[in-house]
Design a protein around this ligand. Structure first.
Ligand SMILES: O=C(O)CCC(=O)C(=O)O
Ligand SMILES: [Fe+2]
Length: 354
């Protein structure tokens, strides 16, 4: 019996070793695949899907360090912009505020800014979300192009198309805001590129978390390094679907292997709580105008809305567009003066829209 047990344990150890060696060989290969994919991306302006998949595999295998290494290289080439004045939406004379925001971002992976966005900006965003045609998603499928009707919601998520958003004055004002660009580039350690502009309603038609509406814990892995800026356009309480982040989970080497081995997956709360303390789950409630900056490489989710609805505006700024490919919204009208100037000065920042 002892001999049989010994043999079994040798067999298990052997299998584990073979698996580890296989993973190591695959990772070395992935490194070359990413390098070659980056060359293709430079020539064609699009990331091949196989290179993007290799980026995700490497992230999971190296527990995030591969992305840090690539970010370091990008930071050497893409130095931050010289912005001049950095006053703007998220405050004036912000050196102290920025210091706190940056250290919170680095340590915890998120920060909630002390100042709210001007109510006028929220009102303009709200007007767009109420009057423009949205994409209503049911089970993740785009089902209908409809206006949002709070009295009779038919989907968990109504998304205002990015192509609508970027052609609006208020959105152009936000995306050319020097205070945002400044803080983001300090965190990224390189000049940012505006990757996505989103705004969506989340409704209360579902009781259980909707995976397609990002209501289960997950990490984003679209690009190499990025920061998301969320603006609550409506008041958010525990009942109206607070965004939730697992504090500290953005750090390399910190994500549990068991979760990473599932790859780019969604996780139930109880799975997350096997590895993280309840006190690390930060649920952000706040009035309209609340700004949250978050490194969504860490685990996060939107809580299901219990009553009413939540309107969220979101920007993603990354250090490179290398990564997941999405349809690029087309910039048709340049309405805002500040945006026109920023576009001339920092063409790469807006290169996703051409
Ligand atoms: O709706 C939410 O709060 C979650 C959104 C999310 O996961 C994302 O934008 O990456
Ligand atoms: Fe997400």
């Amino acid at each position: 019996v002892v001999a049989k047990k010994l043999l079994e344990s040798f067999w298990q150890e052997g299998l584990l070793m073979i698996k580890n060696v296989k993973n190591l060989v695959r990772s070395c290969l992935d490194f070359f695949i990413i390098g070659y994919g980056f060359l293709v991306y430079k020539i064609k302006g699009k990331t091949p899907q196989w290179a993007y998949f290799a980026l995700i595999r490497m992230f999971c295998f190296s527990s995030g360090y591969s992305n840090d290494f690539l970010s370091f290289l990008i930071g050497l080439v893409r130095r931050p912009y010289h912005l001049g004045s950095t006053d703007g939406l998220i405050g004036k004379n912000r050196s102290v505020q920025d210091g706190a925001a940056l250290s919170n971002l680095r340590k915890n992976g998120y920060c909630v800014l002390p100042a709210l966005v001007n109510p006028e900006v929220c009102d303009k965003l709200l007007k767009i979300a109420n009057s423009e045609i949205c994409h209503a998603y049911i089970d993740g499928e785009k089902v209908l192009s409809v206006k949002f009707n709070p009295k009779n919601p038919i989907a968990v998520k109504y998304q205002v198309p990015s192509s609508t958003l970027i052609n609006k004055e208020v959105v152009q004002e936000i995306i050319s805001d020097a205070s945002i660009i400044d803080l983001v580039q300090k965190y990224l350690g390189s000049a940012p590129v505006l990757d996505t502009v989103n705004m969506w309603w989340t409704t209360a038609i579902n009781k259980d978390p909707d995976s397609h509406a990002a209501q289960l814990f997950h990490f984003d892995m679209d690009k190499i390094k990025w920061l998301k800026l969320f603006i609550y356009v409506t008041d958010v309480s525990e009942k109206t679907g607070p965004h939730t982040f697992v504090s500290g989970s953005h750090k390399s080497g910190s994500m549990p292997k068991q979760l990473l081995s599932k790859g780019y997956a969604r996780h139930e709360d109880k799975e997350i709580l096997e590895f993280y303390k309840q006190s690390q789950l930060k649920e952000f409630c706040g009035p309209k105008g609340t700004v949250i900056l978050e490194d969504t490489r860490g685990f996060h989710k939107g809580t299901p809305v219990k009553e009413g609805q939540r309107l969220m505006f979101e920007l993603e700024l990354s250090n490179s567009l290398f990564g997941g490919e999405h349809p690029r919204p087309e910039l048709k009208k340049i309405i805002n003066k500040k945006f026109a100037l920023a576009l001339k000065r920092y063409p790469r920042l807006y290169s996703n829209f051409f």
